[in-house]
Write a protein that binds this ligand. Structure first.
Ligand SMILES: Cc1cc2nc3c(=O)[nH]c(=O)nc-3n(C[C@H](O)[C@H](O)[C@H](O)COP(=O)(O)O)c2cc1C
Length: 170
């Protein structure tokens, strides 16, 4: 069966759901991002794609720091709210019932309810088709206790959680 090329990306297996916080601390915004990846181990680089029409796009261009917060499954509703409203008109911390806390190394808020928080300084930006990738160096990482199987994944319009281990790398 031939797949419509504009829909083919939806067949890719799960990406992590990330809640990226951006902008200055006082006005920190949250954007739900599915297009997120590790770009380098050393230096540790993490990046994500943002469409130019997002309010977060403007904030990321202006303020060269961000935090990649990883939510657990109990935050699925919050992730949907942060991914369907604009920070231009909505305080997403209030709207999604999330708590803003100071980050350790960057002047952007972090999300208390997320057990993994990667604080980054933007190092590169590049355009790929309809998204711009913001790649940042991880300058601090906070990890609270969490279970791998509770982290949220996104696959073709569905929120999922990781499944079973089938093999370990030698
Ligand atoms: C599960 C999910 C994944 C998303 N992934 C992306 C993404 O990778 N890049 C992007 O630009 N928008 C993505 N979005 C859409 C933005 O989160 C959404 O447009 C948001 O309202 C933008 O907020 P802002 O205007 O405050 O920046 C995603 C939304 C959801 C629900």
């Amino acid at each position: 069966m031939e797949v419509n090329l504009n829909e083919a990306y939806r067949l890719f297996p799960a990406f992590p759901v990330t809640l990226v916080t951006c902008g200055k601390y006082e006005t920190t915004n949250i954007i739900t991002i599915g297009m997120c990846h590790i770009f380098s181990f050393s230096p540790p680089l993490i990046g994500f794609g943002v469409a130019p029409k997002r309010h977060s796009f403007k904030l990321l261009k202006e303020h060269k720091e961000f935090v990649v917060n990883l939510p657990t499954k109990d935050l699925a509703d919050a992730a949907m709210k942060c991914g369907s409203t604009s920070g231009k008109t909505t305080d997403k911390f209030r709207h999604a019932g999330l708590t803003k806390i100071p980050s350790k190394k960057v002047n952007t808020g972090s999300i208390k309810e997320c057990p993994l928080r990667f604080e980054c300084i933007t190092k590169q930006e590049f355009v790929t088709g309809d998204h711009t990738w913001f790649v940042g160096e991880i300058v601090h990482c906070e990890a609270e206790e969490y279970r791998k199987e509770d982290l949220l994944l996104y696959w073709g319009g569905e929120f999922r959680v990781p499944g079973n281990v089938v093999m370990k790398r030698a």
